[in-house]
Write a protein that binds this ligand. Structure first.
Ligand SMILES: NC(=O)c1ccc[n+]([C@@H]2O[C@H](COP(=O)([O-])OP(=O)(O)OC[C@H]3O[C@@H](n4cnc5c(N)ncnc54)[C@H](OP(=O)(O)O)[C@@H]3O)[C@@H](O)[C@H]2O)c1
Length: 333
């Protein structure tokens, strides 16, 4: 089958269109014919080798972390899906590779695709939807009446997280540039800050939760908008010791991660707030919950551009500009 592969870890290295063997399915797997894949900055980071210490893939490997498609075949233990079902997923780490014609996915990572969405829209959801869910629902335990600051509201994670936070009953502040103010307001943002001309640290205070997705300086400033007892959840690092433990990393890597997050953990303690790093994980059950919200009209997909499969590398380059409004999707062959 045709697939886009990484031949060697390299910063901004090329993707190569290759002929790869068809995936084999195990007893718990589902073989999916790809209809659409979304692009994530995780694709760039994996290709660059930024995560190879704890997420090692052996080149040549197929890139791609989001899918919408049709079930072709199921493994012997799979009860909940059958051939012909329309599904969506963020396949688990170690088994990614959605820039391809077909992929074998663990059935517990899959859910039926939201019926109200096209394949392209459905592919745009899993990674960012799960990230927002795990940050706001699981870790953040966001409650009605609480205040949450979601950075980069016009991005892939931000466009989903704003809608989910509003559904949970929170007041939402967000940052974006002036051109995207209308977009984030239409998603439900209550307070919109133009990060190019305004300083969120001066404008926000008493927040219960911050979802940080930007650089170290923004992370440190985010502490100052939280009230005592508030939570700072970062999806852009630094990784912490709890993350290292969850991966079962060796003592050396645990030590490295403890050191990487030592500064922010100390500062957070001093301010009486909590710091946590989140690295999202695959979860088909959560995707089924998300599909209900989408089909119920609570959350909509925000797709900026759809590229043909042959232009997968261009789609990745577009996302790497940092200017995407919502998600960028590739239509499969
Ligand atoms: N740990 C995890 O599990 C996890 C999961 C998902 C994503 N992430 C990480 O989270 C980050 C965001 O991901 P994403 O997919 O949402 O990114 P994205 O879609 O590429 O974000 C693009 C958006 O960010 C906005 N933006 C750029 N610089 C900004 C700034 N300084 N302040 C506010 N907004 C800004 C841009 O708006 P303008 O054009 O208006 O500037 C654009 O709309 C990435 O680093 C990604 O790797 C981590």
């Amino acid at each position: 089958m045709k697939a886009f592969v990484v031949d060697k870890y390299k910063k901004s290295g090329p993707l190569r269109l290759a002929d790869m063997p068809d995936p084999e399915i195990g007893a718990d797997d589902v073989l999916v014919r790809m209809h659409a894949a979304a692009i994530n900055l995780l694709d760039s980071k994996v290709r660059d080798g930024a995560f190879k210490l704890f997420l090692p893939y052996r080149p040549p490997f197929i890139l791609g972390h989001d899918l919408a498609g049709t079930v072709l075949r199921t493994g012997a233990n799979v009860q909940q899906f059958k051939a012909g079902d329309e599904v969506y997923a963020r396949p688990r780490d170690g088994r990614v590779g959605t820039f391809a014609e077909r992929i074998a996915v663990d059935a517990s990572d899959l859910a039926l695709k939201p019926a109200s969405l096209s394949m392209e829209e459905a592919a745009s959801i899993p990674l960012v939807g799960l990230t927002a869910w795990q940050a706001l629902v699981e870790l953040g335990k966001l409650k009605p009446g609480q205040k949450v600051f979601i950075q980069a509201g016009s991005g892939g994670v931000g466009t989903f997280a704003i809608q989910l936070a509003k559904h949970l009953g929170a007041t939402v502040a967000t940052t974006t540039s002036a051109a995207n103010t209308e977009l984030v307001r239409s998603l439900g943002a209550d307070v919109v800050i133009d990060y190019k001309t305004q300083d969120f640290e001066q404008l926000l205070s008493g927040y219960d939760l911050v979802l940080n997705s930007q650089d170290a300086r923004t992370l440190a400033k985010s502490l100052n908008v939280l009230k005592p007892g508030g939570k700072l959840i970062s999806i852009s690092g630094p990784p912490d010791i709890a993350f290292a433990r969850s991966l079962g990393l060796n003592p050396v890597l645990r030590f490295v991660m403890r050191m990487l997050s030592r500064g922010i953990v100390k500062k957070a303690k001093r301010r009486g707030v909590d710091y946590a790093f989140l690295f999202m994980r695959a979860d088909g059950r959560q995707l089924a919950e998300i599909a209900k919200l989408i089909d119920g009209g609570v959350i909509r997909a925000v797709v900026d551009k759809v590229f043909p499969f042959a232009q997968t590398a261009d789609a990745l380059a577009y996302v790497e500009t940092g200017r995407a409004k919502g998600k960028v999707v590739v239509r499969a062959l």
